[in-house]
Design a binder for this molecule. Structure first.
Ligand SMILES: Nc1ncnc2c1ncn2[C@@H]1O[C@H](COP(=O)(O)OP(=O)(O)OP(=O)(O)O)[C@@H](O)[C@H]1O
Ligand SMILES: [Mg+2]
Length: 252
C-alpha cells in the first residue's frame, strides 16, 4: 500500500530519519507521516526505535539525518520547546509532568498568563485548569494538588488536558496505558477519544494491541530501526495485527 503521495493532508512528515547512539544504529532511514486528525498506532518489539522516532519529533533527540515537515513546512526541532511551539505535545508515563508542582502549574508550564508586574495570574490558571479537566470528564478536588498525589490515569488526564487546552496539533502518547489499572486504562482511552473528537492528530505507542486497535485508524510497525508495515485498520483484524508485529520482529 502506498500512502506516501498524500502529502497535502499530512500534519507530520518525517523523511529518511537516521539516528545513531554511539555504535547503536537506532533508526535506519525511517519515513513516517501522520495525517490531519488521524490517530496512528506505532508498534514494534522492545528496542525497535519507536520512542527514538517520536523523541526526534518532540525535540528530545536530534536526528543525524533526515527531514521533518510539520503542517506543510520544513522545520528544525532542536528542543522540546521548539516542538511545543509548533503544537506538538507529548504525554509520557513519567516525564511529561513536574510531579511536585500543582495541577494548574503543570497545565500552564512555560505558558503562564501574567497580570501586571509580571506576576503569574494564579486565579486564571486555576479556573482554566479545572475547566480543562472537567471538559475531559475529570473532576479533581483542587488545582493546587501536587501531581505526585494523583493516580496514573489522572496524571495522563492532566497532560492531555494541557494538550487540548493549548490546542495542540499533534499529541504523542508513548505508552500512556502502561502500569495502569483496568479502570484507569479505560479513562485514558476515553481521553484519547476526546483528542480525536477535537480533531487533534495523535501517535499512540503501546505494546498492548487491544488498546491501540480500539483507538487507532492506521498502524505502523517498526523493527530494528526500520518501518516494516504501514497498514489501515480497515485492512487488518486484531489477529492480523498481532501476527504482523510478531513476524516483523523475527525477520532478519
Ligand atoms: N539515549 C540512548 N542512548 C543509547 N542508546 C539508546 C538511547 N535510546 C535508545 N537507545 C537504543 O536505541 C534503540 C531503540 O530504542 P527505543 O527506545 O527507540 O525503542 P522502543 O521501540 O521505544 O522500545 P520499547 O518498546 O522497549 O520502549 C535500542 O537499541 C536502544 O537501546
Ligand atoms: Mg519506547
Amino acid at each position: 500500500m502506498e500512502y506516501e503521495n498524500r502529502q497535502n493532508d499530512d500534519i507530520v512528515r518525517m523523511v529518511n530519519i537516521e539516528k545513531w547512539f554511539g555504535r547503536v544504529y537506532a533508526l535506519r532511514g525511517v519515513d513516517f507521516h501522520l495525517k490531519r486528525g488521524e490517530t496512528v498506532g506505532l508498534l514494534g518489539d522492545n528496542g525497535a526505535g519507536k520512542s527514538t522516532l517520536i523523541k526526534i519529533l518532540s525535540g528530545y533527540h536530534v536526528a543525524d539525518k533526515g527531514d521533518i515537515y510539520f503542517d506543510g513546512k520544513k522545520v528544525v526541532i532542536r528542543s522540546p520547546r521548539d516542538a511545543r511551539r509548533l503544537g506538538i505535545e507529548t504525554v509520557y508515563q513519567e516525564q511529561a509532568l513536574a510531579p511536585n508542582l500543582s495541577i494548574s502549574r503543570n497545565i500552564f508550564m512555560g505558558r503562564e498568563p501574567v497580570k501586571g508586574f509580571g506576576i503569574m495570574d494564579k486565579k486564571l490558571m486555576d479556573e482554566e485548569s479545572m475547566q480543562a479537566l472537567q471538559n475531559l470528564g475529570l473532576r479533581l478536588r483542587s488545582p493546587d494538588l501536587p501531581v505526585v498525589t494523583l493516580s496514573g490515569g489522572e496524571r495522563q488526564g492532566v497532560a492531555i488536558a494541557r494538550a487540548i487546552h493549548f490546542k495542540a496539533k499533534c499529541v504523542i502518547l508513548d505508552e500512556p496505558t502502561v502500569a495502569l489499572s483496568v479502570k484507569e486504562v479505560n479513562e485514558v482511552l476515553e481521553f484519547i477519544r476526546e483528542i480525536q473528537r477535537e480533531g487533534i492528530s495523535s501517535i499512540f505507542i503501546t505494546h498492548n494491541l487491544y488498546h491501540v486497535y480500539e483507538i487507532a485508524e492506521r498502524f505502523v510497525v517498526m523493527a530494528r530501526g526500520k518501518k516494516m508495515t504501514d497498514v489501515l485498520k480497515e485492512d487488518v483484524t486484531l489477529d492480523d495485527l498481532s501476527e504482523l508485529v510478531i513476524k516483523s520482529a523475527l525477520v532478519e
